[in-house]
Ligand binder design. Structure first.
Ligand code: ADP
Ligand code: MG
Length: 712
């Protein structure tokens, strides 16, 4: 065989991810009529759903399989073959991949498992097949994947039995990339049961060659896909992921994601699952938020909400108009909307007038409880109430919870009519158990988007409002460098010490970006400290500086509120004693500082992450771990985004002054976050981490009273 020698340039890929998602010819290695076998299930699935391309069963013992002409081996199949699906036992995998590579196959979809996710031998096998593929320009999907489902191409190229259960693949505009194959099948089935369709779904398994981002990018470019869902365990290349998210946002394609690995348990499960490192959930979440990706907590919800959203569309101005047929259920849901900051509309006079036909003044609420109508119940009550809410200009989206009620089917039909004739988005929850089965069928036949869990209704609403917020954010100008935060010149960057910086070194870095720090003098004697205090002005702060100590106050190295020379001399003696204890009695390591004044102590930090530089800001000081009130964003951040980050904190009301406390200048604090974010951008990978803690925020300024940093 003609294998290029190691060191030779690798041949270019025969096909790309887009073509893999829309193949023209598919070979099925080990095709069988036996639905109990992988090769049988896949063939049954492909045949059942009417793939229009060439289907090439490979089976050495048969002339035809299920009536389709079969070929003895891949070399005998007429080319070019875009995809070969491989579900052979691991022992035959390398030979099968080699045969495909030599036959000119574009890509192998490797269902075979027990590879890198399994053991060391599996890991070697996985490396071997990647090596074979790369040397031929053949691509690999998987191993340990479950193939793909492409309703827009009528292609059910998966071993999942769910495809035998459905009469047809419902086409939609939602694309899914999943690191779990079984989950792809579950989400397919679940959405199907709600009348929800996909454009293309692909499971990437161990991502030995092609990875999640390859297909994510292909879906961004795919004109059959308008919404993208990602089930993520680990991201190979965080920067590439972030770039792809930006491209999706530019193209107006919403991206929803669920990531495993939020807890240690989840992280471990993900690692043994598809051999991917789960990575830090927090970093991923911050990158998603910055990139406009909607991070969800449940894959099932993601699929249901995305396929509903595909048909619901975006909302305009206004708030939620809610209709319920259960007063109690409605009240609980209204509470949950409020807790989730999802706004209910206040009805205007014309809306109230329209509703007054069927409701007493005191029953005209949002939600409207249909059960509280006047007079005798007739279909009119439902129809006209829906109509009044649909017409209300203050309503951006109709939220209808349909529980078991009289005239259920007729009401559902009226709802479908209202949805069809109005252009207003509807979020409908059918919450009636099997009592609602007839309505479910009616909705599915009508193509009406609906959900069956209140939670999913809330998530759908959250998505609509988040999309509206993101559209507004997208109008804002991009982050621009603030004045006096010019990038550190290359030679200055190179001159920075590596490893852990002392407080004065870290503060010097901050000053280079225009961030204020307290006046400071390094004193080598008690007398010098007292003189410095006079020059700075009382009261002063004295600190013993030790490079390797992270929390100076824990080591007795911080003395606050020193209001005269004697206090300074005493503090000097105390601090040098503590320094001796800490085994670093260098005389130049006592700092005399101006006392910064303010009512709020923040923490502002920055780090390099796999997704690029990120900043963190929240309520800080020595209670930072207890308060746990911080937010994250990707750097650089604009002033507006920094302000938003602060305003979103639990304790944000402190900026307005609470119980006689002074106000604190949120604008000055946002300015510091913005500057730190540019510092993080400029330092890039060199910045392992940096913290200002506290940033003391007063009525007119924000001062970095303590800082530490570690440079790589
Ligand atoms: P640590 O290494 O323990 O974080 P800090 O330098 O942050 O030491 O000092 C501990 C606390 O002392 C700070 O959280 C802040 O409340 C106060 N503090 C420190 N420096 C100053 C200063 N220059 N002005 C006012 N308060 C200060
Ligand atoms: Mg500190």
């Amino acid at each position: 065989m003609s294998m290029p020698a190691a060191g030779d340039a690798l041949p270019p890929p025969r096909i790309d991810a887009a073509r893999i998602l829309a193949p023209r010819s598919v070979a099925l290695i080990g095709a069988s009529e036996d639905i109990g076998k992988f090769g049988g299930r896949i063939l049954h699935n492909v045949l059942r759903h009417g793939f229009a391309g060439a289907l090439l069963p490979i089976n050495p013992n048969r002339r035809t399989v299920l009536g389709v002409p079969a070929y003895a081996d891949i070399a005998a199949a007429p080319g070019p073959v875009d995809l070969a699906v491989i579900a052979v036992p691991a022992a035959q995998l390398a030979a099968t991949v080699t045969a495909c590579a030599q036959a000119g196959v574009g890509a192998c979809v490797v269902i075979t498992a027990q590879t890198a996710e399994f053991d060391a031998a599996g890991e070697r096998l996985q490396r071997e097949i990647v090596d074979i593929a790369r040397r031929h320009g053949m691509r690999l999907v998987g191993p340990n994947c479950m193939g793909m489902i492409s309703p827009v191409a009528g292609l059910g190229l998966t071993s999942s039995l769910t495809l035998q259960h459905v009469p047809r693949l419902i086409p939609g505009r939602v694309g899914l990339v999943s690191q779990s194959g079984a989950l792809m099948a579950t989400l397919f089935m679940l959405a199907h049961d709600h009348g929800g369709g996909f454009s293309r779904m692909v499971s990437v398994g161990n991502q030995a060659d092609l990875e999640l981002c390859d297909f994510f990018e292909a879906l961004i470019a795919d004109d059959r896909t308008a919404v993208i869902c990602l089930y993520v365990e680990g991201i190979r290349d965080g920067r590439r992921f972030v770039r792809a998210c930006a491209r999706a946002a530019d193209g107006g394609k919403p991206v929803l994601a669920v990531k495993a690995g939020r807890s240690d348990h989840g992280a471990r499960a993900a690692a043994s699952h598809t051999a991917s490192m789960a990575g830090s959930y927090g970093d991923f979440a911050a990158a998603c938020r910055a990139a406009g990706v909607v991070l969800m907590d449940e894959p099932e919800a993601m699929a249901l909400v995305a396929t509903a959203y595909d048909r619901i569309g975006d909302i305009g101005a206004g708030a939620i108009g809610m209709i319920v047929s259960s007063g109690g259920g409605g009240a609980v849901t209204a509470d949950r909307l409020a807790l989730a900051d999802l706004p209910l509309a206040a009805y205007t006079e014309p809306t109230r007038a329209a509703l007054s036909r069927h409701f007493l003044e005191r029953h005209i609420n949002n939600p409207v409880d249909l059960g509280s109508h006047k007079g005798v119940l007739a279909l009119d009550v439902f129809v006209e109430t829906i109509d009044a809410i649909v017409r209300a200009p203050e309503v951006a989206v109709v939220f209808y919870i349909l529980t078991a009620q009289p005239l259920m089917r007729e009401t559902a039909a009226a709802l479908v009519d209202a949805w069809r004739t109005s252009r207003k988005p509807f979020v409908v929850v059918l919450d009636a158990g099997s009592f609602g089965d007839a309505v479910r069928d009616l909705f599915i036949d009508a193509g009406m988007p609906f959900l069956t869990r209140i939670d999913d209704g809330l998530r759908a609403l959250a998505l609509l409002f988040e999309r509206r917020r993101l559209r507004a954010v997208a109008q804002r100008p991009a982050a621009t460098r603030p004045a006096h935060a010019s990038p550190l010149a290359a030679e200055r960057l190179a001159a920075l010490p590596s490893g852990r910086l002392t407080e004065p070194e870290a503060k010097a870095l901050l000053r280079a970006y225009g961030i204020a720090t307290p006046r400071e003098v390094i004193a080598d004697s008690a007398a010098a400290a007292a003189r410095a205090a006079v020059a700075i002005g009382f009261p002063v702060v004295l600190k013993g500086l030790v490079r390797r100590i992270v929390h100076k106050s824990d080591a007795g190295l911080v003395r606050l509120g020193l209001s005269d020379a004697e206090a300074v001399r005493q503090a000097y003696a105390g601090v040098t004693a503590a320094l001796t204890l800490a085994a670093e009695p260098a005389p130049e390591s006592v700092s005399v500082q101006e006392t910064a004044c303010g009512s709020v102590e923040l923490i502002v930090g920055a780090r390099w992450t796999e997704y690029g530089p990120q900043v963190m800001a929240g309520f800080g000081g020595t209670l930072v771990e207890l308060l746990r009130d911080v937010g994250f964003a990707s750097a650089p951040v604009s002033r507006a985004a920094a302000r938003e980050l602060l305003a979103g904190l639990r304790l944000a009301p402190l900026f307005d002054g609470v119980r006689g406390r002074d106000r604190a200048d949120i604008e000055a604090a946002a300015d510091v976050i913005e500057r730190v974010s540019w510092l993080a951008v400029d330092l890039g990978r060199q910045l392992v981490e940096l913290d200002i803690n506290p940033l003391i925020v007063g009525p007119r300024d924000a001062v970095a009273a303590d800082a530490r940093a570690t440079l790589g």
